[in-house]
Design a protein around this ligand. Structure first.
Ligand code: ZN
Length: 192
């Protein structure tokens, strides 16, 4: 198999049938197909959809177009679940399969991704389609069908990669606290 099992597909800024640019907050329909060239995404306006829907699809979902926000002013220093997921999905390393799945589930719980569909490909692979709430990208993530004990193991690995315990779990690590308590008013030894 030459095609990677996972993929991220960004939305098109224009209808791929009539070529008209989407406006902000415009509803549109997306279609994903899987063929010899791998995953292919087609976005079209609601007017073009009756024609576009005749093609065979792996998954179809409705979405709302959002004009992309400007890039963040500063690069994010710390690895986040999202940056790690994107990093892993750029590789074709099969050992990342479980971690990719866990990261996608984590981001779904945090409401960054929303699951749009679950389908079984013709080759038998079960894939989950997550839509990024802000960017409209579709993350195609194979479901490795992990058992609960495997799930916990992979989850721990991922949390270690992220450099700390998952949110909601107590952190006993000094210096890991995300709070910004100022120590400026406290005298230090060098001041004395
Ligand atoms: Zn159109």
């Amino acid at each position: 198999m030459n095609q990677p099992e996972w993929n991220i597909k960004a939305p098109s800024a224009t209808c791929q049938v009539c070529g008209r640019a989407f406006t902000d907050q415009e509803p549109f329909v997306s279609r994903l197909t899987f063929g010899a060239e791998g995953y292919e995404r087609c976005d079209c306006c609601t007017a073009c959809w009756p024609e576009a829907r005749k093609a065979e699809s792996l998954s179809i979902w409705k979405s709302v177009f959002r004009v992309p926000p400007p890039p963040p002013p500063e690069p994010i220093r710390r690895e986040t679940a999202e940056s790690l997921l994107r990093q892993f999905m750029e590789t074709e390393d099969p050992s990342r399969r479980n971690a990719i799945f866990i990261l996608a589930v984590m981001l779904e719980r945090r409401r960054i991704l929303v699951e749009r569909d679950v389908k079984t490909r013709e080759d038998g692979l079960k894939v989950r389609f997550y839509e990024h709430r802000k960017t409209g990208e579709i993350f195609v993530v194979p479901d490795p069908g992990l058992r609960l004990d495997e799930l916990e193991h992979v989850q721990k690995e991922v949390i270690t990669l992220l450099g700390g315990p998952a949110p909601g779990q107590p952190s006993n690590e000094p210096g890991e606290s995300p709070s910004h308590e100022s120590s400026a008013d406290q005298p230090t030894e060098s001041d004395a």
